[in-house]
Structure formats: C-alpha cells, structure tokens
Design a protein around this ligand. Structure first.
Ligand SMILES: *Cc1c(COP(=O)(O)O)cnc(C)c1O
Length: 198
C-alpha cells in the first residue's frame, strides 16, 4: 500500500511515477497538491483477491455514513482539472519552484534535510546545532511577516516535537498563485533575512 497524499498532484501531473508499480492499494487526500476539496480516495488494483470489493464493503456499510454529494462533486471537478494540460504545467512548475527555493536557501547557508528536494517539499534545519533558532521561533517570525510555514522535526531531532529544529516549506500554493523561479529567489532572500535577524 502507498499513501500518496502529499504528492498526488505530482503523480496526476506526470512528474512522479504511478505508485501502482509498487502497490496494490493507493490512498490519497484530495486537498494537498491534488488541489481539490478536503476529501480522500482509495484506489485498488483489480485482481483475483477482489480487493476493490473488500474495500467497498469496509467503507460502506462498514465505516462511512451518508455521502456528502457536494463534496463528491467537488472531487470530480478536481480530478477533471487534474487531467488537464494546465495541471501538468502546474505540477512541473511546483517542482521547478521547489528546486530553486531549495538551492537559494542552501546558497544562503541553510541546511536542508536530505540535501535538497525532488518534490514540492523542503525541510530546513533552522536550529543548526544551536547556531540558529528553533522551528517554532522560525515559523512564528515568518508568520508575522506574512509567510506561513509549518514547524517540523528533523531526523534525530534533539528538540521536542512542539518546538522542533526545523520548518517545512511547500511550493504548491505559491505556484497556484502564478509564482515562478524569480519569485522563489525573492522568497528565499526574505526568509533568510527574517530568520537571521538578531
Ligand atoms: C494529510 C494527510 C491526511 C489527512 O489530513 P487532514 O488534512 O487532517 O485531513 C491523512 N493521511 C496522510 C498520510 C496525510 O498526508
């Protein structure tokens, strides 16, 4: 099984391979890079084990109550959009933007977990063994300047989850707003200024 919640839009846009190369069952939320309403989907390979029937049965009458048809209609619209050429462009630009944002932050001396990114996500070590600031401090400073990010633990974090060592950035929302590589350079510069302020 693969949960592709975070990268579903990259899969739909053709920037990431289909998880069905590895999985019989694929789950996803609809409200992340797939850019739809808050909802979830379960896909399964049709096979001799009849996984699809078992899943259908477990969902209803097993788990789910009355369907929210407004929400289901919105899922359909999101999936129609995800099948369009414009969505392919969006997925490609998300990755390009993340690559530039990551590179610009690294140029300014920030350590990224995994040394960079291949997706829309960037995990920045803001603590840097005590030379920097905590993730909570970083996210609250950025929020005051209109940049909303998550605080996030980093691998082998010595700090606590409520005040971890890093922040997590994603480029999907800014890409939807039409931002390109040159804008990412500006955003990286601004983030760097805010985090370094004494
Ligand atoms: C985002 C996500 C969910 C659902 O999150 P909500 O935004 O709280 O609805 C569930 N599972 C995974 C793996 C996710 O990434």
């Amino acid at each position: 099984m693969v949960d592709m919640s975070h990268i579903a839009g990259l899969v739909a846009g053709g920037e990431y391979p289909s998880p069905f190369r590895y999985a019989d069952v694929v789950t996803t939320t609809v409200h992340k890079t797939l850019r739809g309403p808050r909802a979830a989907l379960i896909f399964s390979r049709k096979d001799e084990r009849e996984l699809d029937k078992k899943i259908d049965k477990a969902v209803f009458p097993g788990l789910q109550g009355g369907p929210h048809l407004n929400q289901i209609a919105a899922v359909a619209v999101a999936l129609k959009e995800a099948a369009s050429p414009a969505f392919k462009k969006y997925a490609k630009q998300i990755i390009r933007n993340a690559a530039v944002l990551a590179e610009e932050l690294q140029k300014r001396g920030w350590r990224l977990v995994s040394g960079g990114t291949n997706s829309h996500l960037i995990l920045v070590d803001t603590w840097m063994d005590g030379k920097g600031i905590s993730g909570a401090e970083a996210s609250s400073r950025l929020e005051k300047e209109g940049i909303i990010v998550n605080k996030n633990t980093i691998p082998f974090d010595m700090r606590k989850p409520f005040d971890p060592s890093g922040i997590r950035l994603g480029t999907a929302a800014e890409t939807t707003r039409g931002k390109k590589e040159k804008d990412m350079r500006k955003i990286a510069k601004r983030i760097d200024e805010i985090l370094r302020k004494k």
